[in-house]
Write a protein that binds this ligand. Structure first.
Ligand SMILES: [Zn+2]
Ligand SMILES: [Zn+2]
Length: 284
């Protein structure tokens, strides 16, 4: 599978990046190799699969560099802070009002699955400003995440684990066919937003690639209460304890020096660490 780190800015967009937005893609040839080797169930359609993971401020623009919104297979929101879900409103408008493919004129409802915390449907409607009696149903099919309950999107299995953040929030363990080693199964994990906790280590266990937030800086942010964010150092500790093969740091706000986050992570973790780049790509 392929991870596109579309938006890598933490808490708000940066001058060079949208807020948290990722695209997990499985190209058709990778699906076919997975079906042939048995790591993808035989009933999965052999075609390109595209799943958006978090859709923060500005992220929908970068999504369109790679896939038409009507062709998305699912959206998974780790939590409902705006820097992870704000562009859901824009996606709704696109799917409903696009002059050729929009549901209003085509009469075809996309039923795009949108997974999120318990109140995802209500919050999405409030954010958009639905009128009384208006609904997003049919444009979006809202589904709720639950701790350790695996969902399937085509060739991908996605297991959420509840993590340590001020609102209901999940880390994700995404299993699917490798684009680097054809016919093999690989694991991509994403911390979402979280402070250090047992479940973020568990969800990251043995990851081929760990995408870890590192919003805070040791010392500077020690005055903030626990239960919000990882530092580069705490992300490194998660990677080391989980035995992750490599790590990519993300969710750096505009006021954090990336070199500090990298240095903190490397002090705790011996494996390869790099920074997520806006509209960057990681083959897994
Ligand atoms: Zn965030
Ligand atoms: Zn958050």
């Amino acid at each position: 599978m392929r991870l596109r780190t579309l938006g890598v800015a933490g808490s708000a967009p940066r001058p060079d990046s949208p807020a948290s937005t990722y695209l997990v893609q499985v190209p058709a040839d990778v699906v076919a190799a997975g079906v042939a080797s048995g790591v993808v169930p035989p009933d999965v359609e052999v075609r390109d699969w595209d799943v958006v993971v978090d859709l923060g401020n500005g992220g929908l623009g970068y999504v369109q560099r790679h896939v038409a919104p009507h062709d998305l297979d699912a959206v998974v929101l780790t939590h409902l802070h705006p820097d992870h879900c704000a562009d859901l409103s824009g996606l709704f408008v696109h799917l409903k009002y696009h002059p050729e493919r929009g549901a209003m004129r085509s009469g075809v409802l996309p039923h795009l699955p949108v997974y999120g915390p318990a109140d995802v449907a209500e919050r999405a409607g409030q954010m958009y400003g639905l009128h009384p009696g208006e609904t997003m149903d049919g444009i979006f099919d809202f589904r709720t995440l639950a701790d350790a309950v695996t969902l399937r999107v085509g060739p991908l299995e996605i297991t959420p684990r509840q993590v340590f953040h001020p609102v209901e929030a999940y880390g994700l363990r995404i299993t699917g066919p490798s684009s680097l080693r054809r016919g093999e199964r690989v694991v991509l994990t994403y911390t979402g937003d979280t402070d250090y906790c047992e479940s973020v280590v568990e969800v990251s266990r043995g990851a081929d690639l760990l995408l870890a937030e590192a919003a805070f800086v040791q010392g500077r942010d020690d005055v903030v209460e626990p239960g919000i964010h990882l530092t580069g150092g705490r992300a490194g500790r998660v990677a080391a304890e989980a035995g992750a093969a490599r790590m990519v740091l993300t969710h750096l706000p505009s006021w954090t020096d990336p070199e500090v986050a990298l240095a903190e992570a490397r002090a705790e973790y011996d494996g390869p660490v790099e920074l997520a780049l806006p509209d960057g790509v990681q083959e897994v």
